[in-house]
Design a protein around this ligand. Structure first.
Ligand code: ISE
Length: 334
């Protein structure tokens, strides 16, 4: 049986998912797509044998669509997810689940009322082999009790539309989810330190930032986010425990020796660094749906990440340590 997938959004990440679903994921095909850029959507649809709809709602209501992937702009995600829930259609939404806590709660309430898990959020680092080895090491007790986490998240260059607030909401959101998952914890407070700005980014952009997150059990996660680092795409994570540490391995990169220097390559972007994670994420999503289950990051994970990211924006703007307050976790997500 083939899973017929509808995709809302044919930008960079949408096209990336569409081409993988159409060409690499057995048991799935792209049945319908939508994008405001109608010409691009039509060309992509034709290339994979899909319909191109003129309205995103039609992708969701299309009887030929069994499940939906949402890759539209973040502030549209909650409405499309709610529409999928209303039609009893599983949905894999790129982060964020929602851009506000209130919209996140609307999704939680709708899914709980629906009574069946349909929502998965695209926190793909949980599917990265390296991050999974870090989590296994922690869970085995090898490093003792986790005390501190040091994270680095460097992009070579940020798009022109990038704002200071997007460093927490669009970038650090990955570390927020990944460390919640690694530690099995929730965050209680966030502080954002603002170092000297790089001269190689726009003057308006506070880049880099140092985000300091505190869990409810006083584990401290510090995240250096630097989106105009120039040299490459560099993601690091070290968990310091009471008996040892575990560090995220970066995938085997090539070692080049010349001119009396020996160096290792650095990934150019998130696609190169996390292509394996994206593949595992969507292939396990498809396999899960064939088995009648949704097992990846859920709507609660999406809501929690949105609350923490938005609190970090408040901390960035105020310069103050900012408390994080989540609603009680519904038993549906226990
Ligand atoms: C982007 O949206 C991503 O999801 C990338 O993984 C991240 O590295 C980048 O900073 C974000 O802007």
């Amino acid at each position: 049986m083939v899973l017929n997938v509808g995709v809302i959004g044919t930008g960079n990440i949408g096209t990336y998912h569409i081409n993988r679903l159409a060409g690499q994921i057995s048991g799935a095909r792209v049945a319908a797509v939508y994008d405001l850029a109608t010409e691009r959507a039509a060309q992509l649809a034709e290339s994979v044998g899909a319909k191109a709809h003129s309205d995103p709602a039609e992708v969701i209501t299309d009887d030929d669509v069994d499940a939906v992937v949402v890759t539209s702009p973040g502030d549209t995600h909650a409405e499309f997810i709610l529409a999928c829930i209303a039609r009893d259609k599983p949905v894999l939404s790129e982060k964020p689940l929602a851009t506000t806590a209130d919209d996140g709660l609307r999704v939680l309430d709708a899914e709980v009322a629906h009574g069946r898990r349909l929502v998965q959020v695209g926190f793909m680092r949980r599917f990265d082999a390296g991050y999974r080895r870090v989590k296994a090491t922690i869970d085995e007790g090898t490093i003792g009790t986790p005390l501190l986490v040091h994270c680095v998240h460097r992009n070579p260059i940020a798009p022109d539309f990038f704002t200071s607030e997007m460093l927490p909401t669009d970038s650090v959101v990955h570390e927020i989810d990944a460390t919640r998952w690694l530690l099995g914890a929730e965050f209680a407070a966030t502080t954002v330190l603002t170092p000297r700005r790089t001269p190689l980014g726009p003057d308006r952009l506070q880049d880099p930032q140092l985000v300091i997150l505190e869990t409810t059990e006083s584990v401290i996660v510090e995240v250096e986010i630097f989106v105009n680092a120039q040299y490459g795409y560099d993601v690091r994570c070290e968990v310091v425990g009471s008996e040892g540490t575990v560090e995220l391995e970066t995938p085997t990169s090539t070692s080049v020796t010349r001119d009396f220097l020996r160096g290792r390559s650095v990934p150019a972007d998130w696609k190169e660094r996390f292509d394996g994670a994206f593949h595992t994420e969507i292939s396990q999503w498809v396999d899960g749906l064939h088995a009648g289950t949704v097992t990846g990051p859920n709507a609660w994970d999406g809501y929690a990440a949105t609350v923490v990211a938005n609190a970090s924006v408040d901390a960035l703007r105020s310069g103050q340590r900012t408390a994080i307050s989540l609603v009680d976790k519904p038993s549906f997500y226990a």
